[in-house]
Structures are given as C-alpha cells and as structure tokens.
Design a protein around this ligand. Structure first.
Ligand code: CU
Length: 146
C-alpha cells in the first residue's frame, strides 16, 4: 500500500516537471512543432491586419472600420462622422435617458435604447444623412457616407 502511493506521487511530480517545461529544450519534437505552428500563424495574422489597416478612413475611431458615436448630455458626440461605403456606425448610449437615431429622410433608423445599450448600422449607400433623436428632436447629427 505504501509503495503504491509513493509511485503515484512520483508520477505526479514528473508531470508537474513536464508542465513547467523544465528548461529551454522541450522534450517532445511534436510539442516543438506545435509551438512553431502557433508562432507562424501569429505572424501571418499580424501581417494580414497590418495590410488591411493600410488605408484608414477619414474618421475611424474604432480601428476596425466602425465609427463610434456617443449619446451623452442630450447630444451626439461627435455630431458629424464620415464613413466609407460598407462601414458601420455604432451609437452608444452613455446618457441617463433613452435615445435613438433616425435619418431625416427616413432611409434608416435605430430603435430607442437606454443607457449602456448600443446599436450598429452599416451604410451601403453614399450620401449625407442628417439625423436626429425622435424623443429629443434637438439632438441632431450627420453621417456622411463616401
Ligand atoms: Cu434622445
């Protein structure tokens, strides 16, 4: 009985050593190959991102092509944003009351949403869209789609 327990403890100790690496040289060629594969994949992903960021739009606060507009203190901030066709605008409500964003020409609108909520719309048609908040018509903004 005692001898068995000792064997189990030694086995666990060995696995622990294995998990921590035990030094700069992995003992398994398969593990080394897996690490290399991860490294190469990471380099490829980083290179891909760098390429797609080569031509940022005029107004791009997100870095991912989505422009952010805060709803705060009964207004849109910034009031005017510019996106390229196919890009999105995300409205984020940071105010104590609910708001929406509705195009004056009726071509698009968001639901009314409360503090902490957000709505994202993607713009596929070039144009200059004045918009406002339905419950608070004094809240005005503009989305320019190029
Ligand atoms: Cu409002």
């Amino acid at each position: 009985m005692k001898t068995q327990n000792k064997d189990i403890e030694e086995g666990e100790e060995d696995r622990e050593h294995w998990r921590t690496g035990g030094g700069p040289h992995p003992r398994s060629p398969a593990l080394l190959a897996a690490l290399m594969a991860v490294l190469i994949a990471t380099v490829l992903v980083v290179a891909g991102c760098a390429q797609s960021d080569a031509t940022p739009p005029a107004t791009d606060s997100g870095g991912d092509g989505t422009v952010r507009v805060a709803m705060v203190d009964m207004g849109f901030d910034p009031e005017t944003v510019t996106v390229r066709v196919g890009q999105s605008v995300t409205w984020v409500n940071e105010d104590s009351v609910s708001h929406n964003a509705v195009a004056d020409d009726g071509s698009w609108k968001t639901e009314i949403f409360a503090d902490g909520g957000s709505v994202t719309l993607t713009f596929d048609t070039p144009g200059t869209y004045a918009y406002r908040c339905t419950p608070h018509p004094a809240m005005k903004g503009t989305v320019i789609v190029e």
